[in-house]
Write a protein that binds this ligand. Structure first.
Ligand code: AMP
Ligand code: MG
Length: 396
């Protein structure tokens, strides 16, 4: 049995980014840039007004001489623009080109207009006021987004504004999921004494979907060695990562460990000093990664967030693979025996975290409303109300 920290180190040491592909930006949300992107354009690429108002030459006016003749107009989208005549003001709108010789734009709200004369009501007017300069946001040729950037809606909009429509990004892992257990019922099966409707397939598919992994194949196997080997073989041929649910404990009908061995996956660790999720197994065959997750749903999901997700993120090129972690005060006291580190389902409300009721590994009720995992190492087995605890934010 290894520690939580050691297990995480082994995940880091054994996960590698996948190859790179070029994608249209509209398909690249959540992808990680594999190269710097330099902007082909300065932004803005021409001097723009940032207000609706009047373009002027600021030295034309003073408190004593605040009237200018209204001449001409510049509206957004206009592609040629007249020169501003001395002693006059040009009507201008947000985003419109500023005449080359104009030095400022006066907000409409700071003027009054009568009979073709614009009266300025606010002084002093500084040069450059309300004018967006060429390259003020970014200059042509500069690095717009660095390699390793996770593409967000903001980054995609930024690229589009620079006339960049494609990006070189890391591929996303293809994942195969094997659900094991003779007791499991699927959609449409009638309820039978001794059987349960299984939770893990939709739950893990949803967790993967949230990570942008839609390329998922799910298989089911009975609790026997042959069908487990068969399913693992098929999944590992097609996918970059294989997740198995259930069958990894020490029961007589737990065959996933033996099946992993049989297909030649090398165990990197088995059993982590943690609750829930002790029997977690991590294995590798060539560049393919295998996780055997305990069947209890809450254990499965904790192990997914704490170990599988970081591996997926590294494969996707991310450099910050773990859930975002911060310290927060606990709303309630919590005590445990301190033999294994504990992961608790938590709910952050305002600026404190509530360790939820129902921490048992078979219970999803608390996970259903949790927005965080509280991580308590064995050294912190007595938490008093208000103590700071480590909180891992769920990606919702
Ligand atoms: P196992 O890890 O196979 O020993 O299963 C541990 C517990 O989790 C048992 O109570 C199983 O019935 C339950 N379990 C296993 N797989 C699932 C699943 N896919 N959905 C819900 N519960 C499961
Ligand atoms: Mg089982």
């Amino acid at each position: 049995m290894i520690t939580v920290n050691e297990a995480k180190q082994r995940i880091l040491a054994n996960s590698k980014p996948l190859p790179v592909e070029t994608l249209a930006i509209e398909n690249a949300l959540g992808r990680v840039l594999a190269e710097h992107i330099n902007t082909p354009l300065s932004l803005p690429s021409f001097r723009q007004s940032s207000m609706d108002g009047y373009a002027i030459i600021h030295t034309d006016i003073s408190k004593e001489r605040s009237a200018l003749t209204l001449t001409g107009e510049s509206k957004a989208g206009q592609t040629n623009i007249q020169t501003l005549q001395a002693g006059s003001a040009m009507r201008i709108f947000t985003g419109a080109p500023v005449p080359e010789n104009a030095t400022a734009v006066i907000m409409q709200e700071h003027t009054s207009v009568e009979n073709g004369v614009v009266i300025i009501n606010e002084f002093p007017v500084e040069a450059g006021k309300n004018v967006r300069n060429i390259g003020q946001q970014i200059k042509e040729g500069a690095v717009a987004l660095e390699k390793g950037t996770l593409l967000s809606p903001g980054s995609i909009g930024f690229l589009q504004g620079m006339n960049v429509w494609e990006a070189s990004v890391y591929k996303k892992p293809k994942v195969g999921l094997l659900i094991t257990g003779d007791e499991l019922l699927k959609k449409g099966d009638p309820i039978v004494f001794g059987k349960i409707y299984e939770s893990n397939s939709s739950m893990l598919a949803a967790a993967l979907q949230q990570e942008g992994i839609l390329d998922l194949e799910i298989k089911y196997s009975d609790d026997d060695l042959e069908s487990t080997i068969q399913a693992l073989t098929e999944l590992s041929e097609k996918h970059d990562m294989v997740l198995a649910s259930g069958g990894i404990s020490v029961g007589d009908y737990d065959f996933v460990g033996k099946a992993m061995e049989a297909i030649g996956a090398e165990t990197i660790f088995y059993k982590v000093r943690q609750k829930p999720g002790k029997p977690l197994l991590f294995a590798k065959k060539e560049q393919k990664l295998f996780f055997a997750l305990p069947g209890n749903p809450a254990s499965s999901l904790v192990c997914f967030y704490e170990y599988v997700l970081p591996a997926l993120r590294i494969m996707s090129g991310r450099q910050d693979p773990f859930l975002r972690s911060l310290k927060m005060s606990s709303k309630y006291a919590y005590t445990f025996n301190g033999e294994r580190d504990e992961f608790l389902k938590g709910l952050i409300e305002n600026d404190a975290v509530i360790p939820l009721d129902g921490q048992e590994s078979f219970a999803l009720r608390s996970f259903a409303i949790a927005n965080a995992i509280i991580y308590l190492p064995t050294s912190q087995n007595v938490v008093k109300e208000g103590d700071l605890v480590e909180v891992h934010l769920l990606p919702f």
